[in-house]
Design a protein around this ligand. Structure first.
Ligand code: GDG
Length: 751
């Protein structure tokens, strides 16, 4: 049976004596997936500081009675990680509020440390086959920490809030770390496709990571992206609506408000929920509607985050505003707004949902908003007396994308909201029934259980689809072994992205000290080494000319043999007549795309847009590509769309052909080629039994092997150099290989 470890900021329990299970929607959602297939364990903060002396007993009880593993936090950690970084910097930004964002380095340090603490707890309790499901913005670093520690784990991450536009999230001083943290997950889930789109565009804009609609590759790891609109725990509402207590409460409320129409609002007192704007709309309604005297507005405002200054101020403003409106619009018998500033019992909540003629759900921004769905679940379905209410829903709640039959409003438009209240109050029964029917079937069918099992199902699917990579150690050993055994080995190594990481400006990507040391060691080996690059001869000569390597420039157009200073063409008769018109068009694109630049080489022309605004430049690049395909259909050229470049080069020139040119002149019995981009694929495609190929980094490739990035490739080269001992350039390979060479030598002698 598989275990799902559910990791969220809060454990689904409330400490006290006795410890009580919380009744949150998330807990119920996850319980729905526990059957013969899954068991469920929760990891999280128990919600309060626990004294050291009590920890062992609390942990034992939590584990034995609730299958919960606590992550204990001290007061400093709670301040920095929870009140600070999570609630005072991430929450406001995720809800488009830059002004309320407060960031401090000490909060960040606490956030990093607590995410690590969560990781340690998960790692202590997890087996490779388990599923780890991480929830929400408190734990954005956790997926990447877990991936680094245990790459085989199945890790899902779901964000319960919106993911805002890149223009907003970029304000966070730690945006890069946060996005990279999430990218460690195998499956990243959002409530709506807009949040998913924003996440993708932020990864592109802020980190330069391109993605597909449902996948994103980062550091040799592909994460799936998905839209999973959370639902409510429909079963618990169905059950509640059949309870005696509920029916009794309902009757009491009906009597209490028998002459009134009820407009209900329920939420935590959070600025994202739009209460002040709503009060403006209510004032507009009270001042102008003929129904004003018939209506009571019931506001349930659950206290939240009282430690944060903005929440204290919001509460004061709301209380002041409600007092003012009640003073202004009350009569002797009636106050228009009934404000309950506390959480009410579930039974009372359901009864209120049921009797409310209208639910007024107008957040300024909200990940999903479960209240809207809960209201729908509580409309009376007695076929003899089906008299449903009306949902007024903000277009900025994630729920609006599903509940399209609600009256959808712009919460910033007080007149529109006031009119919507009027419209709802007079809406004919038939229309109310029609609207509610569609929404009810959606809400009851796509409930929390469906959400949870869908997410977990897709996470498992993601894993099944992944080709199980062979252990890189095995591959490495085989490659090193083969080179050591060979009589005439050769290396064909690309430079940028293979031996050296990219820089914003290509001219800055000169060999690092480490690389120079490594190249020196390679130079001492009895291996023919070729550096095969798109760079011009001048660059290769200047930075790599001192080594006894063959240098091949411009994707195989020209070469220079070791110890020579003479550069020669590989193919003398190449037609370059296409270059002039191509250059003219490239110049137009250079002019209209700020940050882009043209590089002209002997046999190719390259348009670089690495430093341009990515989305616009990508669009221009596609345009240029089309133009090139139209123009050059019959020309002897290859058009190549690489990593933020478009290159047009002679068809007679490519790295594969250049490599073959040298292979044909020599009798290599083992060849290793490596590269990171599309131009290197021409080498990978060469048909040669002695050829081994390595792709450096992510992306599709025809190479036989793959390493994660430049450092991994350099460490492989390092291992190759270590496997040889040089003594007057005599090869003294490792033991196992020696045996083989002796055998070879003997065979030769016998023949
Ligand atoms: C976050 C996202 C996303 C409220 N008052 C009482 C009470 N509640 C319950 C409601 C509902 C829950 O609290 C509120 O859920 P929301 O979805 O509306 O909002 P957040 O708490 O901000 O939740 C949100 C959600 O995560 C799930 O992903 O939808 O966008 O911000 O269940 O019923 N329950 C009781 N008494 C109350 O007075 N018993």
């Amino acid at each position: 049976m598989k275990k799902v470890i559910n990791v969220a900021n809060r454990l689904p329990v409330t400490l006290g004596s006795p410890i009580r299970k919380s009744s949150g929607g998330l807990v119920a959602a996850l319980e729905g997936i526990t059957n013969e297939e899954f068991t469920l364990q929760s990891v999280g903060w128990p919600g309060t500081v626990v004294e050291d002396r009590d920890k062992a007993a609390v942990s034992k009880q939590l584990r034995d009675d609730f299958n919960c593993i606590p992550v204990y936090l001290n007061n400093d950690e709670i301040d920095g990680y929870y009140h600070g970084l999570s609630n005072s910097s991430l929450w406001p930004l995720l809800h488009y509020n830059r002004v309320y964002m407060h960031y401090s380095e000490s909060d960040w340090q606490a956030y990093v440390a607590v995410n690590q603490k969560f990781a340690d707890t998960v790692l202590d309790n997890v087996q490779d086959d388990d599923i780890v499901w991480i929830h929400d913005y408190h734990l954005m670093l956790l997926p990447q920490i877990l991936r680094a520690a245990r790459p085989a784990l199945k890790v899902g991450f779901f964000l319960h809030t919106p993911f805002p536009s890149s223009e907003i999230i970029r304000c966070h001083p730690r945006r890069t770390e946060l996005i990279c943290g999430i990218l460690g997950a195998d499956l990243i889930g959002f409530h709506t496709s807009s949040y998913l789109r924003h996440f993708r565009s932020s990864a592109l804009q802020l980190l330069g990571i391109e993605s597909e609609m449902t996948t994103i590759a980062y550091r040799n790891h592909v994460a799936s992206l998905g839209v999973f609109p959370i639902g409510i725990n429909s079963g618990s509402f169905k059950r509640e609506l059949a309870q005696k207590d509920y029916l009794q409460t309902l009757t009491e409320y009906r009597v209490n408000w028998k002459d009134k129409r009820i407009v209900l609002s329920v939420e935590r007192l959070d600025y994202s929920k739009g209460l002040l704007r709503r009060l403006e709309a209510i004032e507009t309604f009270l001042a102008s509607s003929e129904h004003a005297g018939d209506v009571v507005f019931i506001f349930i405002g659950v206290p939240t985050r009282g430690e944060v200054k903005e929440y204290q101020e919001l509460r004061e403003k709301i209380e002041r505003e409600i007092g003012r409106l009640n003073g202004l619009y009350a009569s002797v018998q009636h106050s228009p707004i009934h404000f309950i500033h506390q959480s009410i019992p579930f039974t009372a909540l359901c009864a209120l949902y049921s009797i409310a003629d209208v639910a007024l759900v107008t957040p300024l921004v909200d990940g999903m908003n479960l209240v809207a769905k809960e209201y729908i679940a509580c409309q009376n379905h007695d076929p003899d007396d089906y008299n449903p209410g009306v949902l007024i829903l903000s277009e900025f709640a994630g729920a609006a994308q599903e509940l399209v039959n609600a009256i959808i409003v712009n919460p910033y438009d007080k007149l529109e909201v006031a009119n919507a209240i009027d419209q709802a109050l007079i809406m004919p029964l038939e229309e109310r029934q029609q609207r509610m029917n569609y929404m009810t079937s959606r809400v009851m069918q796509y409930d929390a259980n469906h959400w949870a099992s869908n997410f977990v199902g897709q996470l498992l699917e993601h894993h099944e689809q992944l080709p199980q990579p062979k252990s890189m150690d095995d591959n490495e050993n085989r490659i090193i072994d083969a080179l050591c055994k060979a009589d005439r080995p050769a290396l064909f190594l690309d430079y940028d992205g293979t031996l050296r990481e990219f820089e914003d400006k290509p001219e800055q990507a000169t060999p690092s000290e480490n690389l120079k040391q490594l190249l020196k060691k390679l130079a001492d080996l009895p291996i023919d080494t070729y550096i095969i690059s798109g760079r011009p001869a001048s660059f290769l000569e200047k930075w790599l000319g001192e080594y006894p390597f063959s240098l091949i420039g411009e994707h195989g157009n020209c070469y220079r043999l070791p110890h020579s200073s003479q550069w020669q063409s590989i193919n003398q008769n190449t037609d370059h007549s296409w270059k002039k018109p191509v250059l003219e068009i490239f110049k137009l694109y250079e002019g209209s795309t700020p940050g882009s630049a043209i590089e002209e080489k002997q046999s190719s022309i390259v348009w670089h847009y690495r430093q341009s605004e990515p989305v616009y430049a990508q669009w221009k690049a596609n345009q240029l590509l089309h133009e090139m395909y139209d123009m050059l259909g019959n020309s002897p050229v290859e058009i190549h769309h690489g990593k933020r470049i478009i290159e047009v080069s002679s068809i007679h020139i490519n790295k594969g052909r250049a490599m073959e040119f040298f292979i044909n002149k020599n009798t290599y019995d083992c060849i290793l080629c490596a590269g990171d981009d599309q131009t290197d694929e021409a080498m990978f495609r060469v048909e040669q039994p002695a050829l081994m190929s390595i792709k450096v980094g992510d992306g599709d490739s025809q190479a036989q092997h793959r390493v994660a990035d430049v450092p991994h490739f350099l460490s492989l080269l390092e291992r190759i150099t270590q496997s040889y001992t040089t003594d007057n350039k005599q090869l003294l390979p490792p033991h196992s290989v020696t045996t083989n060479r002796v055998a070879n030598a003997m065979q030769k002698a016998e023949s």
